[in-house]
Design a protein around this ligand. Sequence first.
Ligand SMILES: [Ca+2]
Ligand SMILES: [Ca+2]
Ligand SMILES: [Ca+2]
Length: 433
Amino acid sequence: MTLALGASTLGGCAHTGNACGSDRDCKLDRVCEAGSCVWPHGGRAAGAAPGASGAAPGAAAGVALPQYALETAQAMFRLGASHRGRSPFTLPAGRPEVAWSVATGGPIVSSPAVAADGTVLFGSHDGKVYAVGRDGSAKWSYATGDIIFGSPAVAHDGTIYIGSDDDHLYAVAPSSAKPRWIFQVGACPQRIGVGPEASRCDVDAGPTIGPDGVVYTGGDGIYAINPDGTLRWRFATGGHVASAPAVLGDGTVVAGSQDDLVYGIGPDGTKRWDFRTGGDVDAAPAVGDDGTIYVGSDDRKIYALAPDGSMRWAFTTGGDVRASVAIGNGMIYVGSFDAQMYAVRLDGTLAWTFRSGDRIVSSALVDAKGAILFGSQDDRLYCLEPDGHLRWSVELGGDVDSSPMLAADGTIFVGSDDRKLYALRAPSAAPAP
Ligand SMILES: [Ca+2]
Ligand SMILES: [Ca+2]
Ligand SMILES: [Ca+2]
């Protein structure tokens, strides 16, 4: 299953979208243009051969940041295989300013990862994964064959895992920006472009790095891939797996699918249980300290499941729940397409809501003191106090569907549909020398 991506996989850009009245009618981040759902302009690597470019090392001094509290890796989506979105660092007390931004060729839905040496990694709809220094200086980029929705994960040895809509998972060496291996997910006859067949094997799910270094992702099923790029197991699902699997303490892999099910898969790749929701499960599951699994669905609900897959409770919001739950402070936090951020107690009762101006796709981050950070399609990045009151918000140039990341020095990294990756910092907080 490990193979090099040939130029033959680079197809044209067929915009075969569904009819729509507004962006809201379009799945994923396709936009409504002239009555059809299409990918945003520039969101395609058509004609560009996959490969590294701009590999000049960053001029910035490589000042090390303390590593995230991850047992299994340097960095990944939701800060660990449990997906709690809980940061050991502290959000700025005052409204931060844009310290720098990096322009790419497409919207940035991917959530940034900060490696142990401070390198910021993220994907763009231009098909590239970017590495920039903590001062915003370009380090390198690597072009895959289609849009990137997923977020980079960084293994202990620095290997960067990133998935692409070209149906491949890439393991990129940080020093050379060249792939150590490329793994093809599924055998979809049409790999590139839009439409159900082209999207079925998209690698948008995470990836997640498990305690033993095994890499978990999704496509036309749930995949466990060994660190050397060989297949460990594949579990076939009835629909596309669009979000990052979570890993329980006992090694059970939990993932949602567009077949409306949440799956619990044993470490050997066999099914332990499934749980049926009323819609696509495009949100990545999160696992609490006691093993409770929290996951949203397009049926507007947030589910709390016991480790055996039985339902503890369900909480109904006013819209699709595509964001992942953050867990901290004895509470879970999750945004909905009804524009609201929900704080729900671990017993399933509502603590508070905060209303933004548009749909929330971005998964929230909880800081060391219980403050909450998330983006909204009203183009703003919000920071809330633990009691749900607004601390500050910052307006960016487009939808903020990317889940923000927080560095040790309080710098916030987040992407936007305006094609930029932003670094925001409190005015008083000078970067470390
Ligand atoms: Ca594809
Ligand atoms: Ca479905
Ligand atoms: Ca917007």
